[in-house]
Design a protein around this ligand. Structure first.
Ligand SMILES: Cc1cc2nc3c(=O)[nH]c(=O)nc-3n(C[C@H](O)[C@H](O)[C@H](O)COP(=O)(O)OP(=O)(O)OC[C@H]3O[C@@H](n4cnc5c(N)ncnc54)[C@H](O)[C@@H]3O)c2cc1C
Length: 385
């Protein structure tokens, strides 16, 4: 039984199906809403490989945009981090909502039991061998319950005595989706005295951009003109960078938070993705971590059903947390290096500048950024194979 049809829940259902293990997916929202939800868009090398392994990569391989590097921009100058040269790995830019669409299509094509608009899910008997989920007047027994219901879901509340680690940042991201061709081939992470800016994209004709704003900011205070003007100011370079503008399709403000709840399991309940952990989006890790969790779970449950092993399920939290904490540190590090801290002082400002200078001047530091950003290889103990 899987609660939540985000990338984590749907991908787990698909990976289990490929091993002959069937599941029921219960989702609170309707299908159209889930398929239209614009969120992440940067896929780590291993995430793209996992989607290929799951048999849902046809559109990603045709329409996704492979990037061999990214740009760090500060003091009006550009500095490229070359992922391919430094690590032999790359990322793929492909929207989360497109992955969700591909997964839903694959699941229905295989005749899967995926139920939308189920808004009264409750979990029972999680410490027994036959946990139950009730929803829509029905009671369904299962071997395991997977909580893939995101940060605001219900499953995390069933952990008996979790340790929670949390940091809230004193700023947020104002994100826009614009009908405009990207102004750069690769992503641009920019530190400016007015705050951070990110230039990203979703397709050759759609640009995705973000501005650091105060945590309490009201989106109503940001007209389209003000957003373009601030993006132009922050992204300006001495060599004349030009930003392509276009009509806005979406604008929203997202708070920035780091959060880890552990253990990620309780009896026969296993939780994955945003249900267990949140990172600020600066390192582009949120969805990638959700996918790494369920890749791990699919192998643990495969071991359970195919080989009668329960050690992989027992080790789930410990194995997953190694990658979760690495990504949590990387996301915090990128965030503090690239944002201006409204509660900070001139000292912290100088430290961030010194760090950017070092990352762009030192091959060792640039390699560290590149290997974290493209995603640590599963084979190197960051996940079991
Ligand atoms: C606005 C926004 C922008 C983001 N931008 C980025 C980004 O640029 N880069 C990045 O890496 N990450 C980003 N993230 C994070 C990324 O989107 C998440 O890490 C990712 O969605 C996690 O996937 P998930 O499947 O674990 O959770 P979710 O995608 O949240 O899916 C959980 C699902 O469970 C459902 N659900 C919740 N409660 C219940 C219930 N009680 N019963 C049944 N179903 C339930 C929800 O409706 C949802 O469909 C962003 C997140 C947000 C909110």
């Amino acid at each position: 039984m899987i609660v939540g049809a985000g990338p984590a829940g749907l991908l787990l259902s698909q990976l289990l199906h490929l091993q002959g293990i069937e599941s029921v997916v219960l989702e609170r929202c309707d299908r159209a809403y889930v398929e239209a939800r614009v969120r992440a868009g940067v896929l780590e090398h291993g995430t793209a490989e996992t989607l290929r392994e799951a048999g849902i990569s046809t559109r990603m391989d045709a329409e996704g945009m492979p990037h061999d590097g990214t740009e760090l921009r500060f003091a009006r100058a550009r500095h490229r981090i070359d992922f391919a040269t430094l690590t032999g790995r790359h990322i793929v830019v492909y929207g989360q909502q497109e992955i969700v669409k591909d997964l839903i299509a694959a699941r229905f094509h295989a005749g899967a039991d995926v139920r939308f608009e189920v808004d009264d899910v409750a979990l029972h008997d999680l410490d027994s061998d036959r946990p139950r989920v009730t929803a829509g007047g029905e009671s369904i027994e299962a071997d395991f319950v997977i909580g893939a219901d995101g940060f605001h879901g219900i499953s995390r509340d069933h952990l008996a005595d979790p340790s929670v680690y949390e940091r809230t940042y004193p700023f947020a991201w104002l994100g826009i989706l614009a009908e405009a061709p990207p102004s750069s081939r690769e992503l641009i992470y920019c530190r400016h005295e007015n705050g951070f800016a990110l230039h990203s994209m979703r397709s050759p004709s759609i640009t995705r951009m973000y501005l650091q704003v105060p945590a309490t900011e009201d989106i109503g205070d940001w007209s389209d003109d003000r957003i373009w003007s601030e993006l132009t100011t922050r992204l300006a370079t001495d060599d004349g960078f030009e930003l392509t503008e276009g009509p806005l399709l979406d604008k929203s403000i997202t708070p920035m938070r780091s959060f880890v709840a552990t253990p990620m399991q309780q009896g026969r309940l296993l939780i994955a993705g945003d249900a267990a952990h949140i990172v600020p989006p600066t390192g582009a890790k949120g969805m990638n971590l959700a996918i790494a969790d369920v890749r791990l779970l699919s192998r643990a449950l495969g071991g359970y059903y195919q080989d009668g092993r329960d050690d992989l399920v027992a080790a789930y939290t410990e194995t997953a947390l190694r990658r979760v904490w690495r990504a949590t540190h990387f996301s915090w590090w990128m965030t503090t290096m690239l944002h201006t801290d409204p509660d900070g002082d001139a000292f912290s400002e100088q430290l961030a500048n010194a760090q950017l200078d070092y990352v762009t001047a030192s091959t060792a530091m640039a390699t560290s950024l590149a290997e974290n950003y493209t995603g640590l290889p599963y084979e190197q103990g960051w996940s079991y194979r």
